[in-house]
Design a protein around this ligand. Structure first.
Ligand code: NAD
Length: 296
């Protein structure tokens, strides 16, 4: 079955999309990596190109080999989206906003070949919401493949199949993720946040609130919330820097929109003006100017 996936399109060349594209290319499979057109300069493909350059420079080891980078073609969504017809699996890893994801799927529906799998890397949004308004064929072809950050090192992928997902299409993707990308698959139900983020976002929100309420420094909080709590390389705030400071309010909004009223998560979310200010000033974490920790 896996032979059928000969080329992969990854849409969204941010933290996750770039990392997923790197892993596909490292496995020797060609990738088309697309993002929005660059706002400045002449090169409209500069966003996706910049992401490839970053994957070659990560420390302590590059996320993508130089040989693999030759397998990655880059482009922008406005000019190159029709090229999804060349691909056998389309991975969507764009911003965590239901409306933006849905409008991309509406375009993909008309451009991709019937039977080509489309999967979302969403952290929180239930599949049934993502495919609202889409055709029967699109719903057959659609699933969630939730990779973890960074895709280079995190071995788990949550897979969600919808009521209409074609088992053959989902199986083909699962087989590729397992055998070509070396990941372990866990099947999750179609619920807000699935398994990991239903637990993880709750845990993070409680930890951030406790740190603020107790007046801990970022370093103190991470000493306590890091290794002793089973988060060996980072702590609470370093993890948020890795994930993306700007992603946190998007996750909170998405969960607030989709969880049933009365879920314990609601007691943990509260507005954090500091985070809003950080995002406005470009301190979005490691992908930006730094976050709770400054970049070296
Ligand atoms: P990111 O902000 O690093 O990248 C998002 C990309 O989407 C950007 O490159 C941006 O240019 C692009 N984008 C923005 N608006 C767009 C539009 N209208 N059309 C097309 N592209 C657009 O975000 P990320 O952290 O890579 O997250 C991507 C997805 O993966 C989200 O659904 C997120 O919830 C999920 N996710 C993130 C993590 C994490 O730790 N960061 C982990 C697992 C899953």
């Amino acid at each position: 079955m896996t032979e059928a996936i000969k080329k992969v399109c990854v849409i969204g060349a941010g933290v996750m999309g770039a990392g997923i594209a790197a892993q596909v290319a490292n496995a020797g499979v060609p990738v088309l990596l697309l993002d929005i057109p660059a706002k400045q300069g002449d090169d409209r493909d500069a966003v996706a190109k910049g992401a490839v350059a970053k994957m070659l420079k990560t420390e302590p080891a590059p996320f993508m080999s130089k040989a693999a980078a030759k397998l990655v073609e880059t482009g922008n969504i406005d000019d190159h989206l029709a090229r999804v017809a060349e691909c056998d699996w389309i991975v969507e890893a764009i911003v965590e906003r239901l409306d933006i994801k849905q409008s991309l799927y509406a375009k993909l529906e008309t451009l991709k070949r019937p039977g080509t799998a489309v999967s979302s890397n969403t952290s929180t949004i239930p599949l049934e919401r993502l495919v609202e308004g889409r055709s029967e064929q699109f719903r057959h072809d659609f699933l969630i493949t939730h990779f973890f950050n960074p895709p280079r090192y995190m071995r788990l992928v949550e897979i969600v199949r919808g009521a209409d997902t074609d088992p053959g299409t989902a199986g083909k993707v699962e087989d590729f993720v397992d055998r070509f990308m070396g990941k372990r698959i866990v099947r999750a139900k179609d619920t807000p946040g699935f398994i990991a983020n239903r637990i993880g976002t709750y845990w993070l929100a409680v930890a951030v609130n406790a740190a603020i309420d107790q007046g801990l420094t970022v370093e103190e909080a991470d000493q306590i919330g890091g290794r002793p709590m089973g988060v060996p390389k980072t702590g609470i705030f370093a993890l948020i820097d890795l994930v993306g400071v700007d992603l946190m309010p998007l996750l909170a909004k998405s969960l607030s929109d989709t969880l049933p009223q009365g879920d314990p998560y609601f007691a943990t979310v509260r507005p954090l003006p500091l985070v809003d200010r950080m995002i406005a000033e470009g301190f979005t974490g490691r992908k930006g100017k730094g976050g709770f920790y400054r970049l070296d």
